[in-house]
Write a protein that binds this ligand. Structure first.
Ligand SMILES: [Zn+2]
Length: 263
């Protein structure tokens, strides 16, 4: 059965949608129910934000001689299939950082733009009473918050997420071999996978973790992104990190024994 469709092309890169992306959209609608308007808006913004994030990785990869076969939007976000990775670890750091930098930039743009609009618009005056309506800043703040969350979450050093890739390539820049750097990055990632799986189980049992309100806002946000449960989606991410980390480690070890490794 066909589960992937090509939607369009950007800069020569085919953008495809996996059937599972509908589950992601449904998940967003479910978590924001009964605010269907907000849910639809967030689902669209999320997909566009993921696409731009993946395009940022792709552009940097191509600048360093990499080839991008396609970008697929799927349940756990996007995936840019980059064949021929940049040979230098420093290039890999930049390639992995490009996505979160793009998401941070989008968050900054949305949040700055939100300041240009009034909180509420007057719609109708009845005597002294002025009927108002929510301004577009509410939506811009939502879009900004979503991109900020996307940037921070991807920076968690859980290989194969961006933060984990930065960790691995950074370790290589500091002189570790590719195998040792991958082993460390994969172990750290598996630590996060266990932590997140445990958080999800505790969440199902009715236990919630939230940062204390007296903490600085940025710290609260980071804490809640790492330790606040994303429910079943976080459990799937934990599983994905575990499986693909192990696969990458096997591959790098195989590469080492087959070709003597590249350092
Ligand atoms: Zn990324």
């Amino acid at each position: 059965m066909r589960t992937r469709w090509t939607l369009f092309e950007v800069m020569g890169i085919p953008v495809r949608a996996d059937l599972s992306v509908l589950v992601l959209a449904a998940y967003v609608l479910f978590t924001t129910f009964p605010q269907i308007g907000v849910g639809l808006f967030l689902a669209v913004v999320l997909l566009v934000s993921i696409l731009l994030h993946e395009l940022a990785h792709s552009v940097v990869a191509m600048a360093f001689g990499g080839q991008v076969r396609d970008i697929t939007l799927q349940l756990l976000g996007g995936c840019a299939a980059i064949t021929r990775m940049p040979p230098k670890p420093s290039h890999e750091v930049l390639m992995a950082a490009a996505g979160p930098i793009c998401s941070f930039a989008l968050a900054a743009i949305c949040m700055t733009a939100a300041n240009w609009f009034p909180m509420r618009y007057p719609v109708m005056e009845i005597g002294d009473y002025v009927l108002t309506q929510e301004g577009p800043n509410e939506w811009l703040l939502l879009a900004g918050g979503l991109n900020l969350g996307l940037a921070l979450f991807n920076l968690v050093p859980a290989f194969p997420m961006d933060g984990g890739r930065i960790l691995r390539a950074g370790l290589q820049c500091l002189g570790r071999t590719k195998v040792t750097a991958t082993e460390i990055a994969v172990r750290v990632g598996q630590g996060f996978a266990i932590l997140w799986a445990a958080i999800c189980v505790l969440d199902f049992m009715g236990m919630r973790f939230a940062a204390p309100a007296e903490w600085p806002l940025a710290l609260q946000l980071i804490f809640n992104i790492v330790f606040g449960s994303g429910g079943i989606l976080l459990l799937l991410i934990a599983y994905m990190i575990w499986v693909s980390g192990k696969r990458e480690l096997d591959y790098v070890r195989w590469e080492e024994t087959s070709y003597g490794g590249w350092r």
